[in-house]
Ligand binder design. Structure first.
Ligand code: BV8
Ligand code: ZN
Length: 252
């Protein structure tokens, strides 16, 4: 590991423009289940890709809204882990830095990151499912996880929906364009904790590689990104990112 870590640290230390691209794996060690594990209890019999859709919400708004409200409640009970903190620090050291995430939790923000590009939205920005008016956050639910009837929009009465991007929905264009631009100009892109299966987000690290930038991947498992990465750091991000940060800083 230390040979690959040294190689990755040299890439980061000499990079002017650094992008960090994250998926659910960076939040795993905070206790947030990864997207594929996010189906427990009432929702465990569902496939995430079926539940995270406009059709599922239209069919059973309380089932879907309950799932997101429980995920928001959980996100409020956990804290950023050393991986989130190190990511913020690595970007602070870079001349030009961009943080792009597929995650809908707010752990990067709570770890001090600013200007985070949320390609798939956030648990904390609900809006009206009809007129798109931003809605206030209700107090997070407690007690038994279950169905929760979504509140009505105070302008048009339609049900409030989570502020996330569902399967089959377009990503916010400004966010995606900014992310592709940052990836295309990056000297180094560190891809952390993503299975690299969901498009178009999964394209982001490939843009960097195509434009001659170096991709560093942090993931305990192999992913489709392995052949694209210049360096594959096999392990948990809460351990690897702090080590990468330490190695990339001039030894004082
Ligand atoms: C769109 C928000 C078109 C909601 C999410 C067939 C072929 C190709 C594409 C498609 C297809 N059929 C449909 C599509 C398109 C589809 C898609 O890509 N489907 C996939 C499944 C094939 N994409 C879409 O629908 C997108 N929209 O295409 O729109 C369009 C265009 C114009 C106009 C109209 C329409 C929208 C996709 C967005 C879906 N929303 N999230 C929510 O959160 O509920 S996706 C969600 O899953 C995440 O955001 C993320 O993007 C994705 C995968 O999750 P990951 O973050 O990667 O997490 P995962 O659990 O998968 O993996 C965790 C990883 O962490 C693992 O690798 C693990 O090893 C690692 N790990 C674990 N522990 C650690 C760790 N790593 C480090 N440290 C650790 N400790
Ligand atoms: Zn409305």
């Amino acid at each position: 590991m230390d040979e690959t870590l040294r190689e990755a640290a040299d890439l980061v230390a000499t990079a002017e423009r650094v992008v960090i691209f994250t998926g659910a794996g960076i939040s795993a060690e905070s206790g947030v289940p990864t997207f594929r594990e996010a189906l427990t209890g009432l929702w465990e019999r569902f496939d995430a890709a079926k539940l995270a859709t406009p059709e599922a919400f239209d069919e059973d708004p309380a089932l879907v809204w309950g799932w997101y409200e429980w995920r928001r409640a959980l996100a409020l009970t956990v804290a950023p882990n050393p991986g989130h903190i190190a990511a913020t620090e690595i970007l602070a050291d870079a001349g030009h830095a961009t943080l792009i995430t597929q995650n809908v939790d707010d752990l990067h923000e709570r770890a001090g990151a600013t200007g985070v590009l949320h390609l798939h939205g956030s648990l904390f920005t609900p809006r009206c499912s009809a007129c798109a008016r931003p809605a206030a956050l209700s107090p997070a639910p407690d007690g038994e996880p279950g169905r929760i009837t979504p509140p009505p929009c105070d302008r048009c009465g339609a049900p409030i929906r989570p502020g996330v991007v569902w399967f089959g929905e377009a990503l916010p264009t400004d966010g995606l364009e900014a992310a592709v631009e940052a990836a295309a100009n990056a000297d180094v892109l560190i891809s952390v904790g993503t299975s690299g299966l969901v498009y178009p987000a999964a394209e982001i690290p490939q843009v960097t590689a195509r434009m001659g930038g170096a991709v560093i991947q942090v993931n305990p498992e192999p992913t489709p990104l392995d052949p694209v990465a210049r360096v594959n750091l096999r392990g948990p991000s809460a351990e690897i990112l702090p080590a990468l940060l330490r190695q990339s800083r001039p030894s004082t």
